[in-house]
Design a protein around this ligand. Sequence first.
Ligand code: SF4
Length: 210
Amino acid sequence: MNKAKREEIFRRLRDANPNPTTELVYNSTFELLIAVILSAQATDKGVNKATAHLFPAANTPEAIYALGVDGLKDYIKTIGLFNSKATNIIETCRILVEKYNSQVPQDRAALEALPGVGRKTANVILNTAFRQPTMAVDTHIFRVANRTGIAPGKNVLEVEKGLLKHIPKEYLLDAHHWLILHGRYTCVARNPKCGQCLIADLCDFKEKTV
Ligand code: SF4
């Protein structure tokens, strides 16, 4: 795919949705961190349902740490992998309190050292909370990048690097959200909705249905 096509794809995605953001509900960087940890292999809707009860009761590292692993599980047991997520979150809260004055660090290495936080979660926090031009490649972005030809790659790191290299600078901050939303609602895994796709004429996917 050439530069002009990529420019046009992101111009259209921006025109259709000028201020894209995550569908996770949060009111602070710490809440976002907890929501993103909970969202691994879970839907944003499922996470929002749980955090709608959790955050009014506890939305600081101290308060969630005080719940303890079992107390936290009561709030998140509807979410997949809740046992390990509870353990990770309690440990992450302890580290935030003891090492970072209860603040979420803005640094990739510090974020990735927190239990339950991998490269993808760190990228989401750095991008969504701290507005750094990072690219968290999830299953939706991986699929869209490969199908369209924006940044094909065999694994998520290859796609992440390709996107960072090829997406025009002016779109980089919000590209993560545009691509996720496009994959979640239009370029879905089975039967992509090519007939309703606003970038169909620019997409290189051989099996597109238009
Ligand atoms: S044309 Fe189809 S395959 Fe290409 S981006 Fe749109 S929905 Fe996805």
